[in-house]
Ligand binder design. Structure first.
Ligand code: ZN
Length: 504
């Protein structure tokens, strides 16, 4: 009996996928035309006037799909909020997307036109302007999945807006009833640090409830397959300054006798990590919340990409004592961003520098508190015999302590987030994909990067799942940002599966 039901469900899903595809085949031109119009409105976060034009355009796009829209004003760019409630009133799915984009320098773009979308029959070849742009084919003409659209925000993050709303079109047109309530939060200043998002969420908290929130941003996994991520790492960053003599000294007159801060800083940093990459700061791994069996299994099922990544980035040795790439992302990291002391190359001078500075970031995983992790590093510096100063040491301090350093927190960090894959709602999300695509989606317990998801989890107390759709080689935040059209289509299909997910 059970097997039969599973089979029926799988057939329903196949039919759903087929219907979405049929709709898309018949409307590719129309979908891309609307998307091009959206991409034509400049959306750099600091350009408030144009960002608002985007908001109004998106509002119309949403209203066309029967979504009730409210523009939520903030002290900065508006948040677009939308609702499409079902009479069945089943579970409520909420989607977060941002509609602003990164700044642009048109002179660095191959077509010098970040806000005039350009279609190319393939990916731009490195260092060339080939393949050449082509016009958007007319209605009914074929469009290849490997063609790409070049424009700012083509991937980050307007693609999900198009994919999500056209998925609704496909479902409505197929005569399906959408039984889940849908809510939409489209932010207009994510690329400027989401300064007003938290206060906006708090202000409108009353109606921002949902069973699950999908963060639709970022690229799918390297393999290009549909991907769900359940967490992101947090981050905090520090700067360490090691002091030497109160002025740079001649290396001939003083080498072998005066202390060299560059040497001391190198030793101090080296003391924080074993050659294998394991961090030796006391307690660094103590607060890590272990992965569940399901999460471990998910990691095990992610295709191995280590050899490709090594080739791509040109190195053979890795940290992590044989752990896979994914396994290493499940732990906090201590990373040197840069080191500065004296001068090098043509500028090198035969001196003993007066100080040496290193900037570091600590990526955090679930369980790590940013302040606590910084305190652990500070304790380590002290344990290495350093006296810590609040600022430039005065003469008295210099005479009292042979090893002097200063540790500054560069910016306030934030915690990691990770939704448990074991929650019933997460199981249902995962189930909505099984038997839908050829392959099941890749499930990533956490992304390596950081996003301030805590703003949502702390304020709204809703489980959060990351639902990226765009190609990983999209030049996000850079010139020649692009979207592979096949990923827009796959995104539509992904959203359709989610929107139709069962409530039990
Ligand atoms: Zn983004």
């Amino acid at each position: 009996m059970f097997a039969v039901c599973t089979l029926c469900a799988d057939m329903d899903k196949k039919k759903l996928l087929q219907d979405v595809r049929q709709y898309r085949y018949a409307h590719e031109h129309e979908i891309l035309k609307e998307f091009f119009d959206l991409l034509t409105i400049p959306n750099v976060s600091s350009d408030a006037e144009n960002v608002r034009k985007n908001a109004l355009f998106i509002r119309k796009m949403m209203e066309k799909r029967g979504i009730n829209v409210r523009i939520l004003e903030t002290e900065g760019n508006p948040v677009i909020y939308g609702e499409r409630m079902s009479s069945d009133s089943r579970q409520t799915l909420m989607f977060y997307i941002h509609y602003d984009g990164q700044p642009v320098d048109p002179s660095k773009w191959t077509d010098s036109s970040p806000f005039t979308p350009v279609l190319r029959p393939g990916k731009l070849r490195a260092g060339s302007s080939e393949p050449k742009p082509m016009p958007l084919p007319g209605a009914g003409e074929p469009i290849d999945e490997d063609w790409r659209i070049y424009a700012r925000a083509a991937s980050d993050d307007k693609a999900p807006i198009s994919a999500l709303l056209t998925a609704l079109d496909a479902l409505d047109r197929s005569g399906r009833e959408v039984k889940n309530n849908l809510k939409f939060i489209f932010e207009g200043e994510e690329e400027a640090g989401s300064t007003h998002l938290l206060s906006c969420l708090k202000k409108h908290k009353d109606y921002l409830d949902a069973d699950i929130l999908f963060m639709c941003d970022g690229p799918v996994y390297f393999t290009g397959d549909p991907t769900l991520f359940f967490g992101v790492r947090g981050i905090t960053s520090i700067q360490i300054t090691v002091y030497g003599p109160n002025t740079s000294l001649h290396s001939g007159h003083f080498g072998n006798w005066a202390p060299n801060p560059a040497n001391n800083l190198a030793r101090l940093l080296a003391s924080m990590k074993e050659n294998s990459g394991r961090v030796t700061v006391k307690g660094f791994y103590d607060t890590v919340v272990p992965l569940s069996e399901l999460e471990k299994e998910a990691i095990h099922n992610i295709p191995k990409c280590e050899e490709d990544l090594k080739k791509l980035y040109g190195f053979s040795g890795t940290e992590g004592s044989g752990k896979t790439y994914q396994e290493t992302l499940q732990l906090p990291s201590l990373n040197i961003n840069g080191i500065n002391s004296g001068w090098v190359g043509d500028q090198a001078r035969t001196i003993i520098p007066h100080q040496a500075v290193a900037s570091l970031d600590i990526r955090l995983v679930k369980g790590n508190d940013p302040d606590d992790m910084v305190q652990k590093v500070i304790a380590h510096v002290k344990n290495q015999g350093y006296h810590l100063c609040d600022g430039e040491p005065d003469q008295k301090t210099r005479m009292a302590f042979p090893l002097l350093a200063r540790v500054e927190v560069r910016e306030n960090g934030y915690r990691a987030s990770r939704t448990s894959m074991d929650l019933p709602i997460c199981r249902r999300v995962i189930d909505s994909f099984s038997g839908y695509f050829e392959k099941n989606p890749l499930l990533l317990p956490t992304l390596g990067g950081s996003l301030p998801i805590y703003m949502f989890s702390d304020t709204l107390n809703i489980p959060i799942i990351g639902l990226p759709i765009v190609n990983h080689d999209n030049n996000q935040h850079q010139p020649d940002e692009n979207l592979r059209i096949g990923h827009l289509w796959q995104g539509m299909e992904t959203f359709a599966a989610i929107i139709m997910m069962e409530d039990r």
